[in-house]
Design a protein around this ligand. Structure first.
Ligand SMILES: C[S@@+](CC[C@H](N)C(=O)[O-])C[C@H]1O[C@@H](n2cnc3c(N)ncnc32)[C@H](O)[C@@H]1O
Length: 208
């Protein structure tokens, strides 16, 4: 199943399914960004708007994009704030977003579905203002090495969504190619699996 179709299928239950990765990502995002205030936020792959609601509280404006119309429809139902706009966009194609117009770009649990990190980081660098931040949170590659991929259940059937493995250095190398400096790297464990390998990795980059 194509990634886009898989997410549109998953959108019906994405918010209600048991999903420790989704829940931990929300915690990581809030903990990292809650003390910041931003003028203009661009959210990449917003899905059903789980983080968009929070971003609307810390940003004067939020522009949230995704290529799954099903996921976006859920987000639009849930997040009805005047400072938030949603749009359909494929992140692998040139972004319709002006140069130097965001002071925060946020991307959660999306890049495992995108092979070419260099293109994404180049576009992030282009749309950020000088001093702007890029927060990225992804399934930890240690989990990918063990075969974990985003997946959902329909009855007895599990659908795994196509994914690309990105090593930690793939992210930092892609940032090094741009004027994006690493400000912090954190690994995250959900309360229920503290003794296991980390579930998520997050990066905070700054454009210099
Ligand atoms: C696991 S969901 C994460 C959604 C949301 N960021 C969250 O944390 O709940 C991944 C999202 O990335 C979107 N996505 C994947 N590849 C994409 C692409 N090339 N362009 C735009 N969105 C994409 C999917 O449609 C899906 O909504």
């Amino acid at each position: 199943m194509k990634i886009q179709d898989a997410y549109t299928n998953w959108s019906a239950t994405y918010d209600a399914d048991r999903n420790l990765t989704r829940d931990l990502d929300e915690i990581a995002t809030r903990q990292t960004l809650e003390s910041g205030r931003f003028r203009s936020i661009l959210e990449l792959g917003c899905g059903t708007g789980k983080n968009t609601m929070f971003l609307a509280q810390i940003g004067e404006t939020v522009h949230a994009v995704d290529f799954s119309k099903g996921m976006l429809a859920r987000a639009e139902q849930k997040v009805r704030f005047e400072n938030v706009t949603f749009a359909v966009a494929d992140l692998t194609k040139k972004w319709e977003y002006p140069d130097g117009s965001a002071d925060l770009v946020v991307c959660n649990l999306v890049l495992e579905h995108i092979q070419d990190l260099d293109f994404i980081f180049a576009e992030v660098e282009r749309v950020l203002t000088a001093g702007g931040r890029f927060f990225l949170c992804e399934l930890h590659p240690f989990r990918q090495y063990g075969g974990t991929k985003a997946n959902f259940q329909r009855g007895d059937e599990t659908t795994e969504i196509a994914a690309f493995t990105h090593h930690l250095s793939d992210f930092t190398d892609a940032a090094d190619e741009q004027s994006l400096a690493l400000r912090s790297l954190k690994e995250w464990w959900h309360e229920e699996d503290k003794r296991e390998i980390p579930r998520l990795v997050s990066f905070l980059f700054e454009k210099h």
